[in-house]
Write a protein that binds this ligand. Structure first.
Ligand SMILES: [Fe+2]
Ligand SMILES: [Fe+2]
Length: 475
């Protein structure tokens, strides 16, 4: 059951050939997906042979197989984690009942919305990253970018399978629309704000994969608890791939910091202008990028108070992060949670029913997880003997969604008037000049084992290959 059948047009472990209608519908969508990949996927890469891992089974021990393939021929397919015939709903009003193999009529519209919103982020990030290959700092990094791109493509397949199989005609229409919206498009943009931002350079890419792919981890973890079992099983498998994306982000930023520290120690200066003149990215600029990506990403969790979030939970559609490890009653009816609000220019906590605050609960879980990696970046500074420390900004900083949108707050959490914000904005968020400087460092480095001057090489290669392995063969 868990082994992937590659003899079929669409590799899968869901016995797709037993459902001819569904198989035909997906085979009809496949060429549209390939057209989208050709038009919107990584630029000018059709002939590259890329050292990619491909899923051969969803077993934890051996799902990945590595080899040089053309990305267009990557075996995108449908993989669900094995089902558990005894699985029960373990939170909300249906707690204790059998999980659903089909979509209950009353939850159809909401489940479709949840799946479409998740599905929309997957191709969006591929679109955001499509030009990055032209300025890769090394072959190793280029390969990691492409690995992420093909896996996000597969995540789109995962959501499209659910739409086709469980939502009839509406689902097929939504699957088409997922290929028609485009990141940043003025008329038909992607659904969520962060997925319409540009990812113009590799520092932005590493920040994106550290923070925004981590949003993916938390959303997928919440969906992996769903009473709708096919959704739970498919998101569980997606999570195994997401870990690598966050690794690319964390280690990427870490290597940028490492290189900057090296340069600072060589030139014996912490003056940003001198660091830049020596070809590295100054720490203050890295902090501004961090502030931007962090604040844009925490908006993705939605409004701090949300009756939809309460309904999704009580109905069993979407749980909490690690729902199964929590020791409360999993109903949350008479529990409360603290959210922030602005009263008379002050940021104050207020208690609200926890069910309404579940977006905030998930956001806070994300924040805890993000901070841990930032501390690991600080260890790099420590090791180099540099007293600077990176910090995530206050959660009210630069928000666009929820009660905190529209208030101006410093990274430390101090409410500001417009004039104060304007006076400091340039020191807190990347300026056009910062971005132009970072862009000026971006040049294509693709000789095996060579790295651009603004980033340190990784400690080890991919899949125990040497760092100077020919991860991509240009044909
Ligand atoms: Fe994804
Ligand atoms: Fe991802």
């Amino acid at each position: 059951m868990s082994t992937v059948d590659y003899s079929q047009k669409i590799p899968n472990n869901v016995n797709l050939n037993e459902d001819r209608t569904l198989q035909r519908a997906l085979e009809g969508w496949q060429p549209n997906f390939i057209n989208w990949w050709d038009d919107m996927g990584p630029e000018n890469t059709t002939r590259h042979d890329v050292y990619l891992r491909t899923a051969v089974s969803v077993d934890p021990a051996g799902w990945a197989q590595f080899g040089h393939v053309k990305m267009r021929d990557y075996r995108w397919g449908i993989f669900l984690n094995p089902g558990d015939a005894n699985r029960e709903v373990h939170f909300g009003d249906h707690k204790g009942e059998k999980v659903w193999q089909d979509v209950p009529g009353e939850h159809r519209a909401n489940l479709r919305r949840i799946i479409v919103t998740q599905g929309d982020t997957e191709p969006a990030s591929v679109e955001q990253q499509r030009h990055l290959g032209l300025t890769a700092p090394s072959l190793y990094d280029l390969r990691n970018l492409f690995q992420i791109n093909v896996e996000e493509g597969r995540h789109l397949w995962a959501m499209v399978y659910l739409l086709h199989k469980h939502f009839g005609r509406d689902g097929r229409e939504e699957a088409e629309a997922l290929l028609q919206r485009n990141s940043g498009d003025a008329d038909n943009p992607r659904i969520l704000g962060a997925f319409n931002e540009k990812t113009p350079d590799w520092l932005a890419f590493f920040m994106f994969t550290y923070f925004t792919d981590r949003d993916g981890k938390f959303q997928l973890s919440a969906l992996a608890e769903s009473a709708f079992d096919p959704l739970a099983r498919t998101t569980k498998f997606m999570l195994t791939e997401e870990a690598h994306h966050m690794f690319v982000g964390e280690s990427g930023v870490s290597r940028v910091i490492q290189r900057t520290c090296q340069v600072m120690n060589e030139i014996k200066s912490d003056d940003p202008a001198k660091v830049r003149a020596a070809g590295a990215i100054d720490l203050a600029t890295i902090q501004r990028y961090l502030n931007f990506h962090y604040s844009v990403t925490i908006d993705l969790f939605g409004a701090d108070e949300s009756s939809n979030a309460a309904m999704f939970y009580s109905a069993g559609l979407k749980g909490r992060y690690e729902e199964g490890k929590r020791t409360d009653d999993h109903l949350l009816k008479d529990q409360f949670y603290k959210v922030l609000e602005v009263r008379e220019g002050q940021l104050l906590e207020k208690e609200v029913p926890m069910l309404n605050a579940l977006n905030e609960v998930l956001r806070d879980d994300f924040i805890k997880d993000s901070v841990a990696g930032v501390e690991r970046w600080n260890k790099v500074l420590d090791k180099a003997g540099i007293p600077f420390r990176f910090k995530v900004p206050h959660k009210a900083f630069n928000r666009r969604i929820g009660a905190l949108a529209g208030v101006k707050v410093s990274p430390e959490g101090r409410p500001l008037n417009d004039a104060e914000w304007k006076a400091h904005e340039n020191t807190w968020l990347p300026t056009a000049e910062d971005r132009a400087f970072v862009a000026s460092l971006m040049g294509r480095v693709v000789e095996p084992g060579r790295f651009a001057g603004w980033i340190a090489p990784p400690a080890v290669g991919i899949n125990r290959q040497p760092v100077d392995f020919d991860y991509i063969r240009f044909n």
